[in-house]
Ligand binder design. Structure first.
Ligand code: NAD
Length: 257
């Protein structure tokens, strides 16, 4: 399939799942806008590499997704937004009665509020273009809970709810809004936790992955950023034109348990 001529904005895309999704969208022919809150040479180099590899236009725009105005500016600065992937997200793990207020506020701002602001700014552009795709990166934690992740679980359930509402508001237009719910994905963030966990449990790498990290993932395998990118590309295809307001789990069976 070809996304030639479409512009995709992927929030939080200088690493991990966001970068993986931007890569697959570029491979399918979309021009891509990468984003994070930093403004380093290496951030811009990521965009140049995608442009060189796939022959599309690619650029990096700095915007802090914890700030509503910067979320809206990202969309305005991009100038076009046919595909919006709300991916930026952070995590903090703590019992709720000890949960630091600033961590709660940051998680709700980055993982949930940012998608409100970007969606509000992008919808008029999609309507003007007569086509649009909104893909929200939720989580298995948008459908189930785990202890000590109150803010993350609340934000991810929130984004699943917002996905349904936006889908209903756009149901009679050529615009869809869906959420992808990944289980554990091997991103640099997750990879970095493996050595510490090996030491903590006195286990080898494979044992830590299967018995600790993937305890709730029946496949006992990580999902990959390429698989998530492929799912996002599918949601942008004509085959998915009537798929809206739903969740697609890429979780190795987690939510079937
Ligand atoms: P990651 O840390 O590699 O990526 C997070 C991205 O968000 C980075 O590009 C980071 O720079 C960006 N970001 C963080 N704060 C930001 C801010 N204030 N403004 C703009 N950008 C910001 O992690 P990831 O695993 O790739 O996570 C991406 C998304 O996938 C998140 O929403 C996460 O909740 C979700 N997710 C991840 C997993 C997993 O196992 N890795 C599972 C389910 C859902």
């Amino acid at each position: 399939m070809s996304l030639n001529g479409k512009t995709a904005i992927v929030t939080g895309s200088n690493s991990g799942i966001g970068l993986g999704i931007a890569r697959e969208l570029a491979r399918a022919g979309a021009d891509v806008v990468l984003n994070s809150f930093t403004d380093r040479e290496e951030d811009h180099a990521l965009a140049r590499a995608l442009a060189d590899e796939f022959g599309v236009k690619a650029r990096y725009i700095k915007a802090d997704m914890s700030k509503g105005e910067e979320c809206r500016n990202l969309i305005e600065q991009a100038g076009a937004c046919d595909i919006l992937v709300n991916n930026a997200g952070i995590q903090h793990v703590s019992p709720i009665d000890e949960f630091p207020v600033e961590k709660w506020d940051a998680i709700i701002a980055i993982n949930l509020n940012s998608a409100f602001h970007t969606t509000a700014a992008a919808l008029p552009m999609m309507r003007a273009a007569g086509w649009g795709r909104i893909v929200n990166i939720a989580s298995a934690h948008g459908l189930t809970a785990s202890p000590f992740k109150a803010a993350y679980v609340a934000a991810k359930h929130g984004i699943v709810g917002m996905t349904k509402t936006v889908a209903l508001e756009t149901a009679q237009e050529p615009i869809t809004c869906n959420a992808i719910c990944p289980g554990y994905v091997l991103t640099p963030l997750v990879e970095a936790q493996i050595p510490d966990t090996m030491e903590k449990y006195g286990m080898g790498r494979e044992e830590v992955i299967k018995k600790v990290m993937l305890e709730r993932q029946p496949s006992k395998e990580f999902a990959t950023v390429e698989q998530l990118g492929g799912t996002a590309v599918f949601l942008c295809s004509d085959a998915a034109a009537q798929i809206t307001g739903t969740t697609i789990s890429v979780d190795g069976g987690w939510t079937a348990l």
